[in-house]
Design a binder for this molecule. Structure first.
Ligand SMILES: CC(C)(COP(=O)(O)OP(=O)(O)OC[C@H]1O[C@@H](n2cnc3c(N)ncnc32)[C@H](O)[C@@H]1OP(=O)(O)O)[C@@H](O)C(=O)NCCC(=O)NCCS
Length: 167
């Protein structure tokens, strides 16, 4: 797998990857499909923050993406970012998530991020994500129950945290 920064040409591909999960899964709390404009706006917002938005390619094909974005708006949170990563549905279960998350952490560290927060649905859909984050050194720091409603079910979240630097 090779990694590269996202470009404007990736919008439609990344959108397809993400919209699949909006439509089929509780791993995202979005309910309505995103438009190309929404995804382009997210890419711009991540760039404006100076944070990585990385594309994973295998044999020239985009198989996933990951980025770091604002965890909380208030300025004192500026060295803490929330992570997001999605593999194309048919690229799951091959161990690619581990490599993509490791690359995102490396880039985050280079960008001066100190703490990374993963907010993960506490559902069977997200079990691989929770496991992936545990394996990558994220520590479970909390849970919130019934904070989302999707597919006629109340959904909670697990909060996980990883420190990228200490002093
Ligand atoms: C989450 C995601 C990035 C993981 O990447 P992946 O390469 O598919 O990861 P794997 O299939 O290798 O699974 C990761 C771990 O979960 C475990 N796992 C898989 N299915 C599982 C299940 N149903 N229950 C518990 N653990 C499970 C795997 O065994 C593996 O753990 P191990 O390495 O200790 O054996 C990827 O599946 C994905 O994009 N999922 C959809 C989007 C998503 O959930 N994104 C994260 C939002 S927070």
């Amino acid at each position: 797998m090779v990694f590269r920064p996202v470009t404007g040409d990736d919008v439609a591909t990344v959108l397809d990857i993400y919209n699949h999960y909006i439509h089929t899964s509780t791993v995202t709390f979005d309910l309505d499909l995103w438009s190309e404009h929404d995804m382009a706006h997210k890419i711009d917002a991540v760039a404006d923050l100076g944070m990585p938005f990385v594309i994973a390619e295998r044999d020239g094909d985009v198989v996933g993406y990951a980025y770091l974005s604002t965890f909380r708006e208030k300025a004192a949170y500026n060295t803490t970012m929330e992570n997001t990563l999605y593999l194309r549905d048919d690229a799951r279960g091959l161990g690619l998530g581990r490599l993509l998350l490791a690359e995102l952490m490396r880039l985050g560290s280079e960008s001066g991020v100190r703490e990374v927060i993963a907010v993960i649905a506490n559902t069977a859909d997200a079990a691989p994500s929770i496991r992936l984050h545990e394996n990558a050194g994220f520590v479970r720091v909390g849970e919130m129950d019934r904070v989302g409603r999707k597919f006629d079910e109340w959904v909670g979240v697990v909060m996980m945290q990883k420190s990228l630097s200490h002093d």
